[in-house]
Structure formats: C-alpha cells, structure tokens
Write a protein that binds this ligand. Structure first.
Ligand code: MLT
Length: 404
C-alpha cells in the first residue's frame, strides 16, 4: 500500500486566500444584490502597460513564423532577460550580480515555495510573524516544522520573530540560532520595512551564525524612502549569505502573466558546495523555462517606455495606499504601512479578532480585506487592506468604512 506525505495532513485549514475566496463567494451567493469591493488578496487591477503589450504582440508574431518560432526556453531563462535584470535591477544600483546568477521562473510564489528543497530537512527556519504564508506552509510540506499547536497558532520547530507595533515592526534577532531566515521587505503583510542599516545588521548576523537569508523583494518597486535598500545585495557581505526572490507581479502587473526570478550568487556556499549549482540542477530538472512571449514581456519592463509607464502604474497604486491610509486615520483607526508598500495594516477596533473584523467589514460595508491572524499569531488583532484595487473602488470602500 502506498503511503502519502503525512506532512500535508499537518496543515491546518486551506491556503489563506482560498479560505477568504470561499467565504466571499458564500456571502455573494447569499446576497446577490450587494456590490462587494475586494481589497483582500494583493492582486493587481490595472491593465498591462502598452510597452509590455507591444512586446507580447511582437513575440506572438514571431511564434507564428517558422524562422523565428521558439520551442523550449533555456531552463535558466533567456540571456536577453537575464542581462536586462542584471543591468537594471543590480548593476545600476551598484550591486555586482551577473546575468548567470539570475534564474528566471514563472513567479516568486513558486520560487519561495520551492527554494527550501535545496536545504537539509533538519534546518531550523526563522520567520517574521506575521508572514506571507507560503514560507511556513512549504516548510510544513517538507517536514521541517515540527507539530502545530492550534491554541498558539505556532509550529514547534519554527522560530517566530514577532513584528508588532511594540517593536515598530522590526524583527529582532532570535534567541535560538536559525539556519534559514525568511525576510520579506518591504513587508507583506504589514506594509512596513526596515532601513538599509538595519538590513546590513541582518546580513552581518547571518554571516556570523552561518545562516542563509531567503530575501523576498517582491514589493521593491514601492519603496519611496531613500534609506531603504532595493536589494539585499546593496549590503556588504550579502553575496555569501543571501538568496533574493523577485517578482514581476507587483511592479508590472504580471499576476496573471507569471514571471519572476531568483538570484543565487556564486559566492553563496555551504562548505565547498555551491548553492548556485544546486539551484541550477533543481531548475533544470523540474522546470522547462518561462514562456518566450512572457520573457519578452519581462524585457519590456526595462525599456525606457516600460519604465516610464510602470512608474505611473506604481504611483497609481500608491495613491490608493495614501487614500486608504488617510481615510482610515480620519475614521479613527490605528494604521501602519502604505509608505514603501502597497499594503495598509490596521489595528482592529474594539478588540475585535482579525476574523471578527473580516466578517464585520464584509457584512456591514461589503468590503473584503485579509485577517492579520491568517499571516501568523502576531497578526491577531490586525487587518490588511491592499492598494491594488481601482482608485474608484478604493475611494468607495473608504466611504463605506467611514460610514460604519
Ligand atoms: C498577497 O495577497 O499576500 C499576495 O498577493 C499573495 C501572492 O503574491 O501570492
């Protein structure tokens, strides 16, 4: 008789955004007359920028001609895209990351779930709490997290680094030494971040204790403050301790298009073993490359026209963030984030739990957000709203919330 991977049985409930989707679908079915505004999942709403569409059309035409048709993409990504990434996201910022240290993928969600595969089963992970659920869930599936305590919402073999208003949402170095440290900055879900000097301390700490940092920079395009790093490789010594994950979803609206990349520097080693070689082996075995049309779309993100158009798109969402933040403050809420990230993190009123506030907001204002406790125990009593809606919906949602 075959056996299953029992670790899956340990996962409580369904994936956070699937649970929310089901709840909203049930409410919508029961109240077909209500117009629901969705500010829950961080999914973009604005169309792809013209420069990207143009590049996609051109690539589609190439696929229609035998002379320019492309089959399997190189499994690590086309050179034209890897070079554009290296030049624009790294060298232009003074980070010495070469094109062959970049692995193009179908998105940062897959990479953030898959990257743990190249590490030993008995590694101890440290996560910010609250945290993007994929980091913990993928380690649960791999059998790295121990047992789940439903009362505390914690796993026995995970080191939690609480990020709350008490510590200004800045993770503190854990008392126990971790092997793998997940950092998402600017942060999902709190919308807050840390300074480059604080990030340097994490890099120094990881190098000192021999830990690897899995650095998720999906929201980098939303940074507005000068003292915040756009890449962990801006910090000295990061190439010997950090892997960086990047997404095209949030900066270029690719949530439905799917494209991302992971940087594994050649200097990152465990003893004599290069993690770059391991990830290349894993990628080559399990992934057949992101589609040519999509990689050409990704290249257009770095064209002059693409850059200008995406600057406007990011500004559009950040206007929503400012609208949400000021609207909630006027309504008397305690609000965080929204300055370097498209997420607003608010304290739930009147000691409501995160899920109580979710239900309250859905029923009374027909607005969907994300309960903070879905991101970890320290998220209890908080709630996340996304700035990725349309401006009109954002304004309407805030009017409804203010009227409560
Ligand atoms: C979120 O809402 O946290 C994100 O959109 C989820 C994701 O990027 O996978």
């Amino acid at each position: 008789m075959f056996q299953i991977n029992d670790n899956y049985q340990k996962l409580p409930g369904s994936y956070l955004f699937s649970t929310i989707g089901k709840k909203v679908a049930a409410f919508s079915e029961a109240h077909p007359d209500k117009s629901i505004i969705r500010l829950g999942i961080g999914d973009v709403t604005q169309p792809l920028a013209p420069a990207i569409i143009e590049a996609m059309h051109k690539a589609v035409d190439e696929m229609a001609d035998a002379k320019t048709f492309r089959g399997y993409a190189p499994d690590l990504g086309y050179e034209f895209l890897r070079k554009a990434i290296s030049d624009n996201d790294y060298k232009a910022r003074g980070c010495d990351i070469e094109a062959d240290e970049i692995f193009v993928s179908d998105g940062a969600k897959s990479d953030s779930g898959n990257i743990q595969e190249i590490f030993a089963q008995d590694n101890r992970i440290a996560v910010c709490d609250p945290v993007y659920p994929v980091y913990v869930d993928s380690n649960v599936m791999a059998g790295r997290t121990g047992t789940y305590d439903a009362a505390t919402g914690m796993w026995s073999n995970v080191i939690y680094m609480p990020c709350t208003r008490e510590n200004n949402f800045v993770p503190e170095f854990p008392k126990e030494t971790p092997d793998m440290i997940y950092l998402c900055l600017p942060n999902n879900p709190t919308g807050t971040t840390i300074t480059k000097a604080q990030l340097q301390e994490w890099v120094d700490y990881a190098n000192k204790v021999g830990a690897v940092i899995i650095y998720d920079g999906a929201y980098e395009a939303y940074i507005t403050e000068d003292n915040v790093a756009h890449s962990i490789y801006e910090c000295e010594g990061a190439k010997t301790c950090a892997i960086e994950l990047k997404s095209f979803s949030k900066n270029a609206g690719f949530t439905g298009v799917r494209l991302g990349y992971t940087v594994v520097p050649k200097e990152l080693k465990c003893g004599d073993v290069s993690l770059h070689g391991m990830w290349a082996r894993r990628h080559g075995t399990k992934f057949n490359g992101a589609p040519y049309i999509i990689q050409r779309a990704g290249e257009a993100v770095y064209s002059d026209a693409g850059k200008a158009q995406l600057k406007e798109q990011v500004a559009y969402y950040m206007k929503n963030a400012a609208t949400i933040k000021s609207g909630l403050q006027e309504a008397g809420f305690e609000v965080y984030g929204g300055v370097n990230a498209p997420y607003i993190w608010l304290k739930t009123p009147e000691k409501m739990t995160s899920w109580e506030f979710f239900d309250y907001l859905l029923e009374k204002a027909n607005v969907v957000g994300t309960p903070g406790s879905g991101f970890g125990p320290s998220g209890e009593g908080y709630f996340r709203l996304t700035a990725f809606g349309s401006y009109e919906n954002t304004v309407a949602a805030l009017e409804r919330i203010k009227a409560l």
